[in-house]
Design a protein around this ligand. Structure first.
Ligand code: MV4
Length: 492
């Protein structure tokens, strides 16, 4: 493989190109008119404009991307995440054009794209699953009887759903029939597939996922877990590796289960197997994501593995460069997703001009981003500005570094989720490791953000530093959602 095209934009396009460059592989960027001046376009060896800003006229035009790839004699296509990355039809077309798709087979994507097909595929392996039905519900009365046996509340899920879409909690038996009808209608209108099933509702779960990697020689390994429970409306905001609560025994069992899920669909490449962990530390397989995930860097930080390099190697037909026994957990890593959103105002997107943009640096800090100072954040795509990742010898050190990194990251012109990230890193529930998927709704409010700021200001006042340089304070808001926060750290 001498030349790859990256069918994506922003931070992940840059991330992939950097590894390609390390490997002596040349890169082709495809970009929309809105991204003409983006760093990933300049970083690529060649770049081709593929259309107007809206994704359905640019990044989602699979055939156009393949045309460009053929014209430029590209050997492989890396899809990144989102856009066409889990589109089996695109994968087939790439392969049919004689180009290597850097990812799993379309068959594996199809199986894992359907929750019921996924359950069926793993059936012969001994993988823990939430009690429920493993086939589409056709007889509502029979399903109701089963729901009553399982015990309410139960969850109705759409087979074609995912990432929280197409789920409905049913609290009481008397609501079951009505909720079922609504769920089927919703599944038909949202996914064009009315297949739904039921599961026992796990009330306070943790979301823990396992990174897997497989080659074409039958080797499948796991690269431990990522804890992704800190999320807001199914949008992850903070991720870490390893989890603060897994014992070595549970970790090993979950890792084995994840490898089995990958084996069940003949998986090749990097994938992620999602589990729920209940209060008693029972784990249940939920679904598999057949792509490189946003939060993959925390796994890279604790394992020392470059996941993109391995993806490219296995796509070339090479063996994985390591075995399960070679893998060890080194320290702890945290990731905060920096979105152009105002956490103090219901996480409203805040697009605009990056008038100040300075990355934090220093020991244990990694920033994966796709922007530079002076750029505008386009309205057409995901509002993620960057991923801020820290690594430390211990969880404490990784958290402390994240607090510092959130403070040292200077962004003005748009509101960001950096103050929120810092809030999480300083919160007692997060620091103790005792939290679940309800962390944000349980502990976060805009007032809590203000209280966090005020507590810091108080500390500053006690130490005896004055609040100086009001001009600077007004123009640079980094970790402060308002300008209430002391600037003493920056003005030392
Ligand atoms: C569940 C659940 C409780 N019980 N399944 C949401 C995303 C999708 N991947 C599965 N999800 C859930 N499935 C049962 N049987 C709770 C969730 C859930 C959730 C899972 C992971 C992370 C955040 C979540 C937020 C709300 C609900």
């Amino acid at each position: 493989m001498k030349k790859i095209l990256i069918a994506n934009r922003g931070e992940i396009a840059l991330r992939v190109m950097r590894t390609a460059k390390d490997m002596g592989i040349s890169t082709v960027a495809v970009f929309s008119e809105a991204d003409r001046n983006a760093p990933f376009v300049r970083y690529a060896d060649e770049a081709v404009c593929i259309g107007p800003a809206p994704s359905n006229q640019s990044y989602l035009l699979g055939e156009k991307l393949i045309e460009v790839a053929k014209e430029l004699n590209v050997d492989g296509i890396h899809p990144g995440y989102g856009f066409l990355s889990e589109n089996a039809g695109f994968t087939r077309k790439v392969t049919d054009a004689g180009i290597t798709f850097i990812g799993p087979s379309p068959e594996a994507m199809e199986v894992m794209g359907s929750k019921l097909a996924a359950k069926a595929a793993v059936k012969s392996y001994n993988i823990p699953m939430v009690p429920g039905t493993d086939e589409a519900i056709t007889d509502v009365e029979a399903a109701k009887k089963l729901a009553t046996e399982i015990g309410f509340p139960i969850l109705i899920k759409a087979s074609a759903g995912g990432g929280g879409k197409g789920m409905r909690i049913v609290e009481r038996e008397e609501d079951f029939v009505e909720q079922m009808a609504l769920a089927v209608n919703e599944a038909v209108s949202s996914f064009g597939d009315g297949a739904v099933f039921i599961e026992k509702y796990v009330g306070s779960p943790r979301h823990i996922e396992i990174q897997v990697m497989a080659d074409t020689h039958g080797n499948i390994v796991h690269l431990f877990e990522r804890e992704c429970s800190v999320q807001r409306r199914h949008q992850k905001v903070v991720e870490e590796a390893p989890s603060a609560v897994l014992t070595p025994e549970i970790r090993e069992a979950m890792g084995k289960s994840a490898v089995d899920v990958a084996r069940a669909c003949n998986y090749v490449g990097a994938g992620t197997v999602e589990f729920l962990l209940d209060e008693n530390k029972n784990y249940y397989f939920l679904e598999m994501n057949t792509r490189l995930q946003v939060e993959h860097p925390v796994t890279e930080m604790i394992t020392g593995v470059d996941l993109v390099r391995e993806q490219i190697n296995v796509a070339r037909g090479e063996k994985l460069s390591f075995s399960q026994e070679d893998l060890k957990i080194h320290g702890h890593a945290m990731e905060v997703r920096v979105y152009a959103e105002d956490a103090a105002n219901n996480f409203l997107p805040d697009i605009g001009h990056l008038s100040t943009y300075r990355r934090p640096t220093g020991p244990g800090i990694r920033v994966d981003d796709g922007f530079e100072e002076g750029m505008d954040i386009p309205i057409y795509y995901d509002p993620m500005i960057s991923k801020l990742i820290t690594h430390g010898a211990t969880r404490e050190e990784a958290m402390d570094r994240m607090v510092r990194a959130c403070e040292d990251y200077l962004i003005s012109g748009v509101k960001t989720t950096l103050p929120f990230g810092k809030f999480v890193m300083q919160h007692e529930a997060f620091r103790s490791g005792n939290f679940d998927t309800h962390f944000v709704s349980k502990h976060f409010s805009p007032e809590a953000l203000d209280r966090n700021d005020e507590a810091e200001a108080l500390i500053a006042a006690i130490i005896g530093t004055s609040l100086v340089d009001d001009k600077k304070k007004a123009s640079i808001t980094t970790n402060a959602s308002s300008t209430k926060q002391s600037n003493w750290r920056r003005n030392r």
